[in-house]
Design a binder for this molecule. Structure first.
Ligand code: QAP
Ligand code: CO
Length: 168
């Protein structure tokens, strides 16, 4: 297993559209294991493959208190059942240090493949519903900052660019 480097906004690679996984095999399962290790170490509650520069439709997530309910979504498809009507203070491992309110549908249905390539469907609510929508956005090259005003987004961009310059 390995901890992968997480891309940070405004890295243009975060805008890449992920391709569907063709076959859920051991290579994909190795990526999933590395993504969980990366997410739990960060620590975070959700990570999309796009964030670690892997452009395939893979999401790992764990919104449980004790970090013992790992969820995998491969080739996820979301159906919106209501809204957008729910506010949540979102953050992102690719936008470290910033949390802002985003309004999204509160109820969705998700169809995806699990780590064995088996199809499943669920109707998440609360944090899980927010998180899956946030992560599927990543696979489509979209970030939560895209829902904010231009002013807020450009302030976040400037601050992160400044931090990135200090690093190199
Ligand atoms: C996505 O985000 C999410 O800024 C997952 O300094 C977040 O795991 C969905 C994190 C909120 C729904 C609600 C962010 C860690 C983790 C930071 C994360 C930070 C350290 C974010
Ligand atoms: Co994110």
């Amino acid at each position: 297993m390995a901890i992968l480097e997480i891309l940070e906004f405004p890295d243009p690679k975060l805008r890449t559209i992920a391709k569907p996984v063709v076959q859920v095999d051991d290579t994909i399962r190795a990526i999933i294991d590395d993504m969980f290790e990366t997410m739990y170490t960060a620590p975070g509650i959700g990570l999309a493959a796009t964030q670690v520069d892997i452009h395939q439709q893979i999401i790992v997530m764990d919104v449980s208190e004790d970090n013992n309910e790992p969820l995998v979504f491969i080739n996820p498809e979301i159906t919106v059942l209501d809204g957008p009507d729910h506010d949540y203070d979102e953050g992102c491992l690719s936008v470290p240090g910033f949390f802002e309110t985003v309004t999204r549908p509160g109820q969705v249905s998700v169809k995806a493949l699990d780590r064995d390539g088996k199809s499943f469907e669920m109707q998440p609510t609360e944090l899980l519903a927010v998180c899956i929508q946030h992560e599927v956005d990543h696979l489509n090259g979209k970030l939560f900052v895209d829902y904010l005003s231009t002013l807020k987004r450009s302030r976040i961009r400037s601050k992160l660019e400044k931090l990135h310059k200090q690093k190199d």
